[in-house]
Ligand binder design. Structure first.
Ligand code: NAI
Length: 329
């Protein structure tokens, strides 16, 4: 098939070309994001291959559909950036990569916890300036602490397993309890109970109308003073302005985020010589107890290879009407 690969980064090409070697799809690597301004370009391809910050709204899907496009192949797990109802109405097939390496994201979430707790970001900078003082670097034992996990699918379950290994008590909220987590000794509670009793809260649920701003003005007051919040899910799970207020008051003690609700204007680009206009984001960067990474949870060699393999296999399965198709619409 003719495939337009939008939002291509240099590291996307090699794994996709390798996975495609024996399949023979004609891949066109395009740097721009797919959105209203580039839908015309997308409409020239039978399939568009997109990532987390491409925007497939109804008008974009309508434009694609009016052209040659029949397949939207997401090379990621989340699909909150596609209007699925519109895709169904238009008869467009949407596929994704459901689980390419849950460990990659879970391990990154744990990295954020360790960094914030033991203040490794500050220690690193200090030691490089020959400042060997420990003042302000005191952390806490993770052993025995309660971790609350919102969403125990593939990534949440991998995260639960690691935190159980640290000797943490793990509670979780998920409408579909995961038997693997129950076996690990994870206790399922309501989201409100999880917020009230956890020392660390980690978000691993998809972004939906129900979970949008699940961390916000309503839930933050329920939490323990000094709580640590980790978000490697999707940015809009957190109401950023509400969390800035809670950081300023000291109610939130630590924030580690790999995703941000307005990240599409920021992440995956070098803006180091530009003036960033997002004041909420820039305020977040000023807190000593906030660590931000730019959506790199998925970014391991294993995950990139799996993403490429499943994406190309999805495209082939669609083309030939045979083989497993990881369909979301
Ligand atoms: P999954 O589909 O395996 O698991 C999601 C779980 O969330 C399911 O068990 C589901 O029942 C649960 N859930 C749904 N609504 C919920 C709610 N209201 N409250 C609590 N739980 C709820 O998905 P997976 O692979 O574990 O990924 C989770 C999310 O992580 C993705 O939707 C995506 O947004 C994000 N992600 C982030 C990456 C990164 O690089 N930072 C990479 C991959 C995924």
């Amino acid at each position: 098939m003719e495939v337009g690969v939008f939002s291509t980064q240099p590291y996307d090409r090699e794994p996709l070309e390798r996975a495609n070697r024996e399949r023979g799809h004609r891949l066109s690597f395009l740097e721009p994001r797919l959105g209203p301004d580039t839908a015309e370009l997308g409409a020239q391809f039978e399939a568009v291959c997109v990532f987390v910050n491409d925007r497939l709204s109804r008008p974009v899907l309508e434009r694609l559909c009016a052209g040659k496009t029949r397949l939207v192949a997401l090379r990621c797990a989340g699909f909150n950036n596609v209007d699925l109802a519109a895709a169904r109405e238009l008869g467009l097939t949407v596929v994704r990569v459901p689980a390419y390496s849950p460990h990659a994201v879970a391990e990154h979430a744990v990295g954020l916890i360790l960094m914030l707790n033991r203040k490794l970001h500050r220690a690193y900078a200090r030691v490089r300036e020959a400042n060997f003082s420990l003042a302000g670097l005191c952390g806490f034992d993770l052993y025995g602490r309660q971790v609350g996990v919102l969403g125990t699918g593939a990534i949440g379950a991998a995260f639960c397993q690691i935190m159980r290994g640290f000797g943490c008590t793990v509670v979780a909220a998920d409408p579909l309890p995961n038997p693997a987590c129950l076996e690990l000794g994870v206790q399922y509670v309501s989201a409100a109970e999880l917020f009230q009793s956890s020392d660390i809260i980690s978000l691993h649920c998809p972004l939906t109308a129900e979970t949008r701003h699940i961390i916000g003005a309503e839930s933050l007051p329920l939490m323990k003073r000094g709580v640590m919040i980790i978000n490697t899910g999707r940015g809009a799970l957190i109401d950023s302005s509400a969390v800035v207020a809670a950081l300023k008051s000291g109610h939130v003690g630590y924030l580690g985020i790999d995703v941000y609700e307005e990240e599409e204007n920021l992440f995956f680009r070098d803006l180091s010589s530009e003036i960033v206009q997002d004041d909420v984001f820039m305020r977040l960067l000023t807190f000593p107890n906030v660590v931000v990474t730019a959506h790199q949870g998925f970014f391991t060699r294993e995950a990139l290879a799996n993403i490429a393999d499943t994406t190309i296999a999805n495209i082939s399965a669609f083309e030939h009407g045979a083989g497993e198709l990881f369909r979301v619409a």
